[in-house]
Ligand binder design. Sequence first.
Ligand code: ACO
Length: 451
Amino acid sequence: VENVGILAMELYFPSQYVDQTELEKFDEVSTGKYTIGLGQSKMGFCSDREDINSICLTALHRLIDKQKINLHDIGRLEVGTETIIDKSKSVKTFLMTLFAKEGATDIEGIDTTNACYGGTAALFNAINWVESSSWDGRKAIVVAGDIAVYGKGPARPTGGAGAVAMLIGPDAPLVFDCGVRASYMTHAYDFYKPDLSSEFPYVDGKLSIQCYLNALDNCYNLFSKKMRKTDPNFKGLLSLDGMLFHSPYCKLVQKSLARVCFNDFLNIPAEEREKQFPGLSEFSNHKLEDTYFDREVEKAFMTYSLSLFEEKTKPSLHIARNVGNMYTPSLYGGLVSYLISKSPDQLIGKKFALFSYGSGLASTMYSINVCHDMSTGSKLEKLISSLHETVALLDKRQSVEPSKFSDIMDVRTKNYHSAPYEPTGSLDVLFPGTYYLVKIDDQRRRTYDRK
Ligand code: ACO
């Protein structure tokens, strides 16, 4: 099989959001802290009407409907999530309700978990399956979803929620490069969820940023090395048309692109630096590991990379800025944003790199090529036009004032572990086609309906 990759995608984000400018006032932090300091505009959130099963069902149903997928043509269904409710029972089993009612039950795959990385791991599983001897000719679907919520305090404005569903198979318009995936995995306690009675993580904000940037350095350097093996002319960022990142908040992504440039700077021979990076020679002796929070390096390379950021990365941040950190779908919201910012003509033949990071930690940089030939060109057109419809829903959402948002969060927090339970969140506010939680019974079994 050839050209294995993404054939189609769908996205789901909640119909309610809180405005970050209003949240700054409500939280009594300085004006601009969330909007400029973190680079966030709006944060999507769910009431107690939605949980991980419902949001994944919503995204999956949207994909199946819009792409008119024959359920018997799916041989693998993978889920990536870090939103855990039934512990031993996977979200995938809930998604099977859609397939089982059509008698389609011969479907491999379960859930994969490691913070925001699970979606990428699930995607790799699906790609690997299609490329393997186990493949039976059918397609795979990958669903990544999370409800990202933090306790009151500085991390709360970096929440979000959403789910993405991707159809995987051969002859795709978005093809995964072979042999250049570069991973960095190690142990860290930067963000984890040891308290199973709470929806909130334990998070060491500063450590998590350091871990993210360290993982980026490692993945990017290894990725560049592997790219140079297949293409000796590979020149780092200059050889890539786009660079997409997992986005905890948009400012960190801009800093990450600057960091990529700092890596490129260190990776070229000293005598060539002044030509490509005028005025930055003073940083020649700086080391990656000493500079995670070095303001001078950060400022110099943020300035250097500004136009590169505008061109190669900023278009990927539209959903991240307006929904927040969706965790596992974050990078794929980045892919959606990037794709809809361009016409199919502008995308044909382009190559971009994607950086996936999950605390704890697991990370990979990999690359996607947009296919050239005409038959995939029309698939690309279809993929993009369907995404335009979905992303247009951003403007159809309801703004909720911060005090009401805080109350809705309190309801979630208070009832997180309650059973039996009947949710009270509004149904009116949900987009048509949204799955919602009807009730949790005394055996903690959940039932859902669709609006
Ligand atoms: N105007 C403009 N900028 C401002 C203002 C203002 N009025 N006030 C503050 N800022 C800037 C700060 O200078 C800072 O910028 P810097 O990052 O360049 O230093 C930024 O806004 C944030 O302010 P801090 O004081 O550093 O924020 P705080 O420490 O309160 O919280 C943090 C930020 C750590 C990101 C927190 O939101 C958090 O813990 N989030 C969850 C963890 C996270 O997302 N980690 C990232 C990787 S791991 C993952 O994906 C979960």
